[in-house]
Design a protein around this ligand. Sequence first.
Ligand code: P6P
Length: 334
Amino acid sequence: MYTLGEFIIDNRDRFLYSTESLLRLFSSIKLAAKAINKEVNKAGLTKTIIGSSGIINIQGEHQQKLDNYAHKVFIESLKSRNVVCGIASEEEKNFIMIKEENDNFSKNEYIVLLDPLDGSSNIDVNVPIGTIFSVYIRKSSINTNITLEDFLQEGHKQILAGYIIYGSSTILVYTIGNGVYGFTLDPTIGTFYLSHPNISFPEKEKIYSINEGNYDRFPIGVKHFIKYCQENKGNRPYTARYIGSLVGDFHRNMIQGGIYIYPNHSHSPNGKLRLLYECNPIAFLTEQAGGKASDGTKRILDIKPSSLHQRTPFICGPINMVNKFEAFMNKSKI
Ligand code: P6P
């Protein structure tokens, strides 16, 4: 049974940067994931950890207590391993500068962007939720302060991206650009073991995932694609599956073969999902699993970000399904 640490060491020639720093980074991610997993698994029992924190976060959403807990745990854990120079989180308006003791600057090179607990509205109803992370090498030189530009890099510059899904089991899924690998936590000993070597979208397209409650608000091209999915022709109708948790919907679709769509609509003109810490990491994983991720017209990983919390329409899944979606969108513009 391969542990995550052993796997990284045995595949260190696949990583362009220092293996030691990658191991330290993963050590902090694993530590935070285990702490959050413990709380998620007993959330229903302890009133202290479920429900709203009473805080409205930067997104204008009711922050859940577990959101806030996950954010704090990841920040402390990432700071403790001395490999990160800056962190941006869905739960924090501005980026966090990590300074070394007795120094104004950090010589560390990793920039981390984070959705500490995505899908948190599902916490109280026991639906899978997840942490999403995205890692870059800083653009600024190590003897200067980090700047916003260190975070506003195109998604194709990510060196590491992944998620932890807290579901029937807790699985850490990541890519460094050489395929997608999944490691399942054995909670009895707190170790992540390789359980999903080289995940890729299956040939068979089975599922479409979209919140059809917004049907009337969708652009016409989205409506046409939904009707296409429902037609009784060829290998259709596809199965509709949507749990309102990006990590849960994406993890299922990547393994079973399906498209996830969160388009722009009349109430969300730029879409809902955030480019930097939701769409870019999931898009990196999508492409590494042999799929395609776009905003309906262009590749997600090529978008030049302009702000930390910007939103984008987001479509990801098997290449043929995403191409079909884009064709309906293009046709509706003629
Ligand atoms: P809706 C959770 O809030 C989230 O960001 C994603 O995890 C999820 O896919 C989406 O929003 C659900 O949004 O509008 O369908 O409830």
